[in-house]
Design a protein around this ligand. Structure first.
Ligand SMILES: O=C(O)CCC(=O)C(=O)O
Ligand SMILES: [Fe+2]
Length: 353
C-alpha cells in the first residue's frame, strides 16, 4: 500500500507512509534538556474530596505563580484524577447562555430532535442521541439524552476528513469557543506539572485535536430501584482530558480506591476537569483516569456541557520522557491515539433496532 498518512511523534512531527518510512519531519523539540524527571508512581488515594484549584494565577500570574498552580493540578491528577477550577477565564454568562440553549433544545418534541440525528443511528458521534442510546458502562444503557458535535476541520483535510476518521467535521462548530483557549492553558499546566516545557503538548492537541463537545440532559430519577438504568453508567473517559460544566443538581460521582462514590457536587462558577485514558497511558499511570458515573436522584432536570479533548488522531501515544526511567520503565506499548480511542467509542454507541 502506498497511501501516506501523518504520525505525530513526541519529539517531532513526522509524516510516515504505512510502511513506516519517514517522508518528512520537523526539527527536534527541546525535551532532551529536561532537568527534572517525573518518576513517582501514581498515588491515587481513597480521596474523600475533589480539590478546588484557583486558576486565576495561572492565567494572569508570573512563571512562579503558574508553576505553583501547575503543582496543585499535578497533585490532583495523581491522587484523584478530578479537580475543579475556579477563575478559569470564561464569564459565567457565557455558560448560562449555553445552558439556556441546551434546555430549549432538549424541551423540543422528540420528532424535532430526531431530525438532528446524523448518519446511521447509533454509529455516529454527531447530532442527537435519544434516551438509552449510549452505553458508557457495557452492562447498562444510559438514561440521558445528548447532542454531539466534533472539532471541525476543512473538508479538504487530506488525512482526517477525507478518510472519514472519527471525531472530525463536518458539523456546526461554534466559532471562537472560549473553552478551546482554556483547554490549551490546562494542557500547559499539565506539561509544567510533568516537568515538561510548557508548550510540549501543543503539536499534539492544538491544531487538529479529536474534540467532542457533548451536551446532556438527565431526567430526574428520585428512586433508583433498577441500578441498570442510571443517567450515565460507570466509566472512564477515553481521550486526554475532559472539561465539564454542570447545572446545580448534584448527580456526578467519582469512585475512589476504596470503591466509594464521592460526589462531584456542583460548585458555582467552577468547571470540573478530569484526566482520561490516553493521558493516563501517556504519563505511564502518573496521572489517573478515574471512574465516574451520573445519577440524578433529585426531582429536577439536570444538564451538563462536556468537552472531551483528545490529541490529534495521528499522535503516537508513548511514555512521556519525564514519566519513565530505568527503575520505572514504560508500561504500555506505543499506539496511535485515534486507533486507541476508536474502538472504545464504537463500543459505547448502542446499535438501534
Ligand atoms: O454529565 C456529566 O456530568 C458527565 C458525563 C460523562 O461523564 C461522560 O459523558 O463521559
Ligand atoms: Fe465521563
Amino acid at each position: 500500500m502506498t497511501e501516506t498518512r501523518p504520525l505525530l511523534h513526541f519529539t517531532k512531527l513526522r509524516y510516515y507512509n504505512l510502511t513506516d518510512t519517514i517522508l518528512e519531519e520537523t526539527s527536534d523539540s527541546n525535551v532532551s534538556d529536561l532537568s527534572y524527571k517525573n518518576t513517582e508512581e501514581t498515588m491515587t488515594s481513597a480521596f474523600t474530596e475533589i480539590p478546588v484549584i484557583d486558576f486565576g494565577p495561572f492565567i494572569n500570574g508570573t512563571l512562579e505563580e503558574k508553576t505553583q498552580v501547575a503543582e496543585e493540578i499535578g497533585s490532583a491528577c495523581r491522587q484523584v484524577g478530578f479537580f475543579y477550577l475556579k477563575n478559569y477565564g470564561i464569564p459565567p454568562e457565557v455558560t448560562e447562555n449555553a445552558f439556556d440553549q441546551v434546555r430549549r433544545y432538549f424541551s423540543l418534541p422528540l420528532e424535532e430532535k430526531m431530525a438532528s440525528v446524523v448518519g446511521e443511528v447509533g454509529t455516529e458521534t454527531r447530532g442527537y442521541s435519544s434516551m438509552f442510546e449510549q452505553k458508557l458502562d457495557e452492562k447498562t444503557a444510559d438514561r440521558k439524552e445528548s447532542f454531539h458535535i466534533g472539532f471541525e476541520l476543512s473538508a479538504n483535510d487530506e488525512y482526517r476528513v477525507k478518510h472519514g476518521l472519527l471525531c472530525y467535521g463536518p458539523n456546526i462548530w461554534p466559532k471562537n469557543l472560549p473553552v478551546l483557549q482554556l483547554a490549551h492553558r490546562v494542557l500547559q499546566a499539565f506539561a509544567l506539572a510533568l516537568h515538561l516545557p510548557e508548550d510540549y503538548f501543543a503539536p499534539f492537541l492544538i491544531e487538529k485535536p479529536m474534540v467532542e463537545f457533548s451536551v446532556y440532559y438527565y431526567p430526574p430519577q428520585p428512586k433508583v430501584d433498577d441500578s441498570n438504568q442510571i443517567g450515565c453508567g460507570e466509566h472512564t473517559d477515553y481521550g486526554c482530558f475532559s472539561l465539564l460544566s454542570q447545572t446545580s443538581v448534584n448527580a456526578l460521582q467519582v469512585k475512589n480506591t476504596k470503591g466509594e462514590w464521592i460526589d462531584a457536587k456542583p460548585i458555582e462558577n467552577t468547571i470540573v476537569v478530569n484526566i482520561a485514558d490516553t493521558m493516563q497511558r501517556w504519563t505511564n499511570d502518573t496521572f489517573v483516569s478515574t471512574v465516574h458515573r451520573v445519577i440524578n436522584r433529585s426531582d429536577k432536570d439536570r444538564y451538563s456541557l462536556a468537552f472531551f479533548f483528545g490529541s490529534d488522531y495521528f499522535a503516537k501515544v508513548e511514555c512521556l520522557p519525564s514519566c519513565c526511567n530505568s527503575e520505572r520503565p514504560a508500561k504500555y506499548e506505543s499506539v496511535l491515539a485515534g486507533e486507541y480511542i476508536e474502538g472504545k467509542i464504537q463500543k459505547m454507541l448502542m446499535p438501534r433496532n
